[in-house]
Ligand binder design. Structure first.
Ligand code: MG
Length: 380
């Protein structure tokens, strides 16, 4: 049976690479959603001929409607439109590569529609991991990781016969463009400096998150939910070459790793074809050409966002959601030139003492905390 995909965030880095995989594997695409890029999504719609397309931005959606007037493709607007794409009746798998916690609602919509989920939107789990897994268990939905580190762990876990024998997960981090820098040296770095990632080509938000290493903190929280691990059983090691994508360690101290060239099309394809593997567009890993692989302890005193996330997930409740939303706001303000690089941590950390404690929470509570955290960061 041909796979039928709905791709959310189709015009972004993961989205376009997912369509690359879909094209090569001959998958059908029944829905496409993005934020505002009408020109690119029109091109994608003409190639893949989905039933429904959506843009979050209302103006851009109106423009897209005009562009696709000669087709019978339904054009939808707003987050509701994205949710409609997430539950499109013909698709069997939703690839969610929306940026930020805006991806949470579409993930929940996809679960309710009983779609298999290939998740590239880590903020979905950081902000609402409990809501997502409660619903996924209720509807019997499978969530497969697309994030390269989590895909690596998921692949290694195929070699784990009994999860009770698993001691810890080890996430690798490239260290980003500012590896080895001191706090002093980071004071005046520019957006341009921060956007120069050494190994991965990604969107702007996640590239800044890699520079602050907030990305690794968010990934730690993502791993807690995906693999049902305690935060203290997840280690982080800096690996500059991004060849070893992550590792798992057993009780006998034996360690399994997954390696490959840093190209997202391997984890994307694995999430879509699991448990099968096929030829991929990514080149072979030539270890002799790599030469040496290096590993370092993260500099937690300089890149404080990692431990901020560790603290948030250890506190539990809506603390991870608050830190995530605060970071989304601070990351945006840095990219807009409104605050300095180090202010991203300062402002994100400031919300922890100011949010109420929740024992249990709903989607509406997450949205309330989201608004509060953004406001606190804005008015810091
Ligand atoms: Mg990653």
């Amino acid at each position: 049976m041909t796979k039928v995909l709905s791709v959310l965030g189709s015009t972004g880095s993961i989205g376009t690479q997912s369509l690359d995989v879909a094209r090569k594997r001959g998958y059908r695409v029944s829905a496409l959603a993005a934020y505002s890029n009408a020109e690119l999504i029109e091109k994608q719609a003409r190639e893949f001929k989905p039933e429904t397309v959506a843009l979050v931005d209302e103006k851009a959606a109106a423009d897209l409607k005009t562009r696709l007037a000669d087709t019978d493709i339904k054009v939808r607007a707003g987050l509701e439109g994205v949710c409609e794409c997430a539950s499109e009746k013909n698709c069997d798998t939703v690839l969610n590569s929306v940026v930020g916690m805006a991806g949470l609602k579409p993930t929940l919509a996809a679960i309710e529609a009983k779609k298999k989920i290939a998740l590239a939107n880590k903020e979905t789990l950081v902000a609402g991991g409990k809501l997502v897994y409660e619903k996924a268990d209720e509807y019997g939905v499978e969530i497969l990781p697309v994030d390269s580190e989590h895909s690596a762990i998921f692949q290694c876990l195929q070699g784990c016969y009994d999860k009770k024998q698993l001691k810890k997960l080890i996430l690798t981090a490239s260290g980003g463009p500012f590896f080895g820098k001191t706090i002093e040296e980071l004071k005046n770095v520019t957006v341009e400096n921060a956007l120069k990632h050494p190994n991965w080509s990604m969107g702007a938000k996640i590239t800044i998150d890699s520079a602050t290493m907030m990305n690794k903190g968010l990934e730690l929280i993502e791993a807690v939910w995906l693999f049902k691990m305690k935060p203290e059983d997840i280690d982080i090691v800096v690996h500059r070459e991004s060849i070893v994508h992550s590792l798992i360690e057993f009780d006998d101290n034996s360690v399994l790793a997954q390696l490959g060239l840093p190209d997202m099309r391997i984890p994307i394809q694995y999430a879509l074809t699991y448990p099968d593997r096929f030829e991929s567009p990514v080149g072979e890993l030539d270890l002799a050409k790599c030469g040496s692989l290096t590993f370092f302890e993260p500099d937690y005193d300089t890149f404080k966002c990692i431990n901020l996330c560790r603290k948030a997930i250890s506190l539990g409740g809506l603390y991870p959601a608050a830190v995530n939303s605060a970071n989304e706001q601070a990351n945006k303000m840095f990219r807009e030139g409104k605050i300095g690089f180090l202010d991203i941590y300062e402002r994100s950390a400031s919300v922890l003492e100011k949010i109420p404690v929740y024992d249990s929470y709903t989607y509406e509570d997450v949205m309330e905390i989201d608004a509060l955290a953004r406001e606190l960061v804005e008015n810091y």
